[in-house]
Design a protein around this ligand. Structure first.
Ligand SMILES: Nc1nc2c(ncn2[C@@H]2O[C@H](COP(=O)(O)OP(=O)(O)O)[C@@H](O)[C@H]2O)c(=O)[nH]1
Ligand SMILES: [Mg+2]
Length: 336
């Protein structure tokens, strides 16, 4: 056993609706959206002793935003060229030791062209690129290696705020186990913890992020043996072997990312028209009809009179309640 607690994916006692609201909060573009999301979080947080501190924290944040004292997000701390505009349905940041293939992954799977090289510390700025998986666009962000020493503000933001961390390890390296420890140590320095834990055990200020660990360079000699060692060292950890050289495991990895994100695809249609099934709205599971309207356009939610739904679980055009939890594949028609 290493010096760190085992990383276990704990069954979080969060309802999908709370989680959806939490994600809406993280992704909010302005204070109005932030306030909406916080209210929804407060309304849906499990109410018991264990979450009292969090409830108080939510109330404090709501009060602060209502009095107009909210911090403007991204106020000037990022250096030029280090800013990454969020795009796609989810942001996936790549972390890992130097040379594990982070830049090549972004270069091979997206149209972005970060520099790839066999010497470490080539990457100095973040490079985002989009990969589309099952109609879901994911923004992959190539980052410099995270280390306990380099804690630049722009890197902090990119490490703490993605929807998911993709930890890319190097199965070609004999330092594999040290790398795994070092990544978690560096993340702890950023106040980031891999994996969700029950609300009542959370520490204020720590980010609990969903994550996936992939072991790259599975093509290299000894890779399988090193993977076994890691699995022995961290028995509860799921490590997907992949190779950017041969392509092995890459599509499984992308599917798994989408699975962990736990999103649904919702389609919209205009009255009397066929739905557009090419570009879904990608929403956190637990999103309601009203939440979907809000995600599409705030005014739409405000003016919504009713919605109709299509799909296997509805009668065609059935009127649905605003608080109906949506499912993957639902088709909605909004009436203002
Ligand atoms: N054999 C092999 N080499 C790889 C693989 N993926 C990346 N590399 C090489 O590893 C080196 C480091 O890659 P890079 O993407 O710059 O690593 P980064 O420091 O994590 O961004 C480059 O020479 C890549 O071509 C792989 O799956 N197999
Ligand atoms: Mg790199």
């Amino acid at each position: 056993m290493g010096p760190y607690p085992r990383v276990v994916t704990m069954p979080a006692n969060l309802t999908p609706r709370y989680r959806a609201a939490e994600e809406a909060y993280r992704r909010a573009a302005n204070d109005r959206e932030r306030l909406d999301a916080l209210r929804e979080m407060l309304a849906t947080i499990p109410k018991h002793k264990g979450t009292e501190k969090l409830q108080a924290d939510l109330k404090r944040k709501i009060a602060r935003l209502r009095s107009g004292g909210g911090r403007g997000k991204g106020s000037g701390r990022r250096g030029p060229g280090h800013r990454v505009e969020r795009s796609g349905a989810a942001q996936v940041a790549l972390v890992g030791p130097p040379n594990s293939g982070k830049s090549r992954l972004v270069a091979d799977l997206t149209h972005a062209r970060p520099e790839v090289a066999e010497y470490p510390f080539t990457t100095r700025t973040p490079t985002p690129g989009i990969v589309v998986v099952d109609k879901i666009p994911l923004q992959l962000v190539d980052l410099p290696p995270v280390t306990a020493e380099h804690r630049e503000p722009w890197l902090t933001e990119l490490v703490r705020n993605p929807d998911l961390l993709l930890v890319l390890l190097d199965l070609g390296s004999d330092d594999l186990l040290d790398h795994w420890d070092a990544v978690r140590e560096a993340l702890a320095g950023f106040r980031v913890h891999l994996g969700e834990i029950p609300l009542e055990e959370r520490e204020i200020g720590v980010r609990y992020l969903r994550y996936l660990v992939a072991g790259n360079k599975a093509d290299l000699p000894g890779a399988a043996d090193r993977l076994s060692l890691l699995e022995e060292y961290a028995p509860d950890l799921e490590v997907l072997p992949v190779s950017l050289e041969t392509g092995e495991g890459l599509s499984a990895m992308l599917r798994r990312l989408v699975g962990i994100l736990d999103v649904i695809r919702v389609y919209t249609k205009a009255p009397g028209r066929e739905p557009d099934l090419t570009e879904p709205f990608v929403l956190p599971r637990g999103t309601t009809v009203e939440g979907a309207a809000r995600a599409i356009h705030r005014e739409l939610a405000a003016n919504l009179r009713y919605a109709r739904a299509w799909g296997p679980r509805f009668h065609d055009g059935q009127r649905v309640a605003r608080d109906l939890e949506l499912e993957d594949g639902d088709i909605l028609e909004f009436h203002e």
